[in-house]
Design a protein around this ligand. Structure first.
Ligand code: CA
Length: 230
């Protein structure tokens, strides 16, 4: 059991039976599933929930899957979320490709669950490697998300579970500036209330642990914005 939060998948599918089967399989594979039935709901949920990946049906009533894809990829804050488009026929798929929607991958229905999961993992390996148990490296820091261990310059660093999740989040996107609220969502989860000052406390502990054997402070405080790694 990983202490990292489960990767969050937004599933956009208007057909109830498809939705149920996919939700069941995704949850069985260890993903947290957020469901949208229409394109409008999907756009709302992308903004509110910041999912790690979107599984998007092409044929939706109202705002189409293509339009959802276009809008997600047009916004700088959501552009990096991988989108896998689901389509009923290969001719549709050719059209989707031709429209240059910016989707990261395409799958034709019916597909095997194993194939879908493999494609999903390929996308997540790129954007959320720690959620799949990969090792992360940044400068002299090595984080093994499967073994829950961290080393700096070859020396093992002891971190509490919260500091470990905090470092994981920072190491997945070096250079990204995280606001305190974004860190609360990612590290603590949005279901519990935690004061934003708690973030500062744990960043302080993380810094102390990482600098115990010397070395520069790897965490940058960005005034009025939050924190980033490097
Ligand atoms: Ca559909």
């Amino acid at each position: 059991m990983s202490t990292n939060k489960k990767p969050r998948v937004l599933l956009v599918e208007d057909e109830g039976a498809q939705r149920e089967v996919l939700t069941y399989n995704l949850e069985a594979e260890g993903f947290e599933v957020i469901v949208a039935v229409t394109g409008d709901d999907a756009l709302l949920l992308v903004a509110e929930e910041e999912p790690d990946l979107i599984l998007l049906d092409w044929m939706l009533p109202g705002v189409s899957g293509i339009e959802v894809c276009r809008q997600v990829k047009a916004r700088p804050e959501t552009r990096s979320i991988p989108i896998i488009m689901l389509s009923a026929r290969s001719e549709e798929l050719d059209r989707v490709r031709g429209l240059e929607t910016g989707a990261d991958d395409y799958i034709i229905k019916p597909y095997s669950v194993a194939e879908l999961m493999a494609r999903l993992r390929t996308q997540l390996r790129r954007t959320r490697p720690a959620s799949l148990g990969e090792r992360l490296v940044w400068q002299d820091i090595l984080l093994d998300s499967a073994e829950h261990r961290v080393w700096r310059s070859g020396q093992q660093v002891n971190l509490g579970p919260t500091e470990f999740r905090l470092l994981t989040t920072l190491m997945e996107k070096p250079g990204r500036v995280w606001s305190r609220d974004q860190l609360l969502d990612r590290v603590w989860g949005r279901d519990i209330y935690v004061d934003t000052r708690t973030v500062d406390v744990h960043v302080g502990r993380l810094r102390k642990a990482l600098m115990r054997d010397g070395g520069v402070d790897p965490v940058r405080t960005v005034r009025g914005a939050g924190y980033s790694l490097g």
